[in-house]
Write a new protein. Structure first.
Ligand code: APR
Length: 245
């Protein structure tokens, strides 16, 4: 592994444009379970609660689970070393952007500036009728479903549900950065969800070197990965930190 880490550090230092593509795995060491795998959230909860059409017809039922998963569970999660090393790489011009599938806001909280949130952000809620945006910390989650104080309509978390389109700017910025990337560092993603998983594939097609940080092999590993740093995100990125700085 040491040789791979040294090789990776050299590649990153020589790169003129590097992006990170992160998934749920980077937040596992912040206490947030992944969606898939042994302890995945989808083993415990029915993903239907995040299906847009089901939500629109069963808002109260869905909000019971959405509150438990994304506001009770996630509320106190803090960035871990993996988020912090990526932010440090950005402030030292070794990383140009983070494209994240995560909605937990932890990249921003770790100090990253250029973050494209492909699936939105759970810290905001939006009125389904008038579009008024609320900050999650101003919502009383004892009364669900939360309602708009403008028109009484139900609020929806400002992250995308299954069946919903990707936020336009995040989509455009993510693929534009992938097209320019000389290196793409994939951290903690199965690569099972599209169109997000096309971002690293686009980088590969544009000639980027693909570095993958994950304790497991994924569908990326055999398809596009050049260097697989097998291990946990915080552990691997701390080791990379020592070589980069
Ligand atoms: N460090 C790095 N990777 C880890 C760690 C860790 N400590 N723990 C688990 N992983 C890896 C797992 O091996 C797996 O490959 O993180 C990945 C988590 O996969 P998923 O739960 O499928 O997460 P992700 O790929 O981000 O899912 C994409 O699916 O449900 C939707 O919108 C949701 O954004 C999510 C999308």
């Amino acid at each position: 592994m040491d040789l791979l880490l040294k090789e990776t550090s050299k590649i990153i230092k020589q790169s003129n444009f590097t992006i990170a593509f992160t998934g749920a795995g980077i937040s596992v060491e912040s206490g947030i379970p992944p969606f898939r795998g042994g302890h995945g959230l989808w083993n415990k909860y029915d993903p239907q609660v995040l299906d847009l059409s089901y939500f629109l017809n069963n808002a109260e039922h869905c909000w019971t689970y959405i509150r438990e998963i994304f506001y009770d569970f996630f509320a106190d999660a803090k960035p871990n070393d993996a988020h912090r090393v990526l932010a440090k790489m950005e402030s030292n011009n070794l990383l140009n952007a983070v494209v994240t599938q995560n909605i937990d806001n932890l990249h921003y909280e770790a100090g990253s500036k250029t973050v494209y949130e492909f699936h939105g952000n759970s810290k905001k809620l939006k009125c389904l009728k008038c579009g008024k945006v609320y900050d999650a910390k101003d919502i009383d989650f004892a009364n669900i479903p939360p309602k708009c104080n403008n028109d009484g309509e139900i609020l929806k978390p400002d992250f995308i549900f299954f069946g919903e389109g990707i936020p336009h700017d995040a989509y455009a910025d993510s693929f534009a950065s992938a097209e320019k990337a000389e290196v793409c560092i994939i951290v903690g993603s199965t690569g099972e969800v599209t169109p997000a998983s096309y971002v690293p594939r686009t980088a590969k097609q544009a000639g980027a070197t693909i570095i993958e940080i994950n304790p497991e092999e994924t569908i990326f590993t055999s398809a596009i990965t050049d260097i697989h740093l097998k291990g946990k995100a915080a552990e691997i990125l701390n080791q990379l930190d020592e070589l980069l700085f």
